[in-house]
Design a protein around this ligand. Structure first.
Ligand code: CU
Length: 144
């Protein structure tokens, strides 16, 4: 009888722990959903949270014949600055004519060029001098 009772108590405890864990997971899930809603498409009007999904201002470093980061996300209406930290001439440009086409033109060591992006979309770009250098700009709709 004593053993059976102890067993029941242990089972009860295990059940309570599982319930507590499930509740904690639900709370976590709710929190992350809430966070996404804040910075996402709903756009509740809190300007401070706007930077959570994509910043209005980004910087891409050019170093060791690479764009860093290779993919950069910016809000529509925001800007990206390319800064050349290589001792070689580089550029960042899309093929001509496409929607959202851009071109930083020549960037020498220490040069930087800031471009503004208005049209949401994904744009692949490259360096005119080193075609293996490739990067991507993702312009996401502004929530303002
Ligand atoms: Cu280059």
């Amino acid at each position: 009888m004593i053993r059976a009772g102890a067993l029941r108590r242990m089972r009860g405890m295990a059940l309570r722990i599982n319930r507590a864990r499930a509740a904690a997971l639900l709370v976590l899930a709710g929190a992350s959903l809430g966070g996404a809603g804040c910075g996402g498409s709903e756009g509740g009007g809190s300007a401070g949270d706007g930077g959570r999904t994509a910043s209005a201002k980004q910087t891409v470093q050019i170093a060791s014949y690479k764009y860093l980061p290779e993919t950069v996300e910016v809000q529509a209406g925001g800007s990206i600055t390319w800064k050349n930290e290589d001792d070689a001439l580089h550029s960042a440009q899309t093929d001509d004519g496409g929607m959202g086409a851009f071109d930083t033109k020549d960037l020498d060591l220490g040069d930087s060029k800031r471009l503004t992006f208005e049209e949401p979309g994904t744009y692949s770009y490259y360096c005119i001098y080193h075609r293996f250098m490739e990067g991507t700009v993702e312009v996401v709709p502004s929530d303002r």
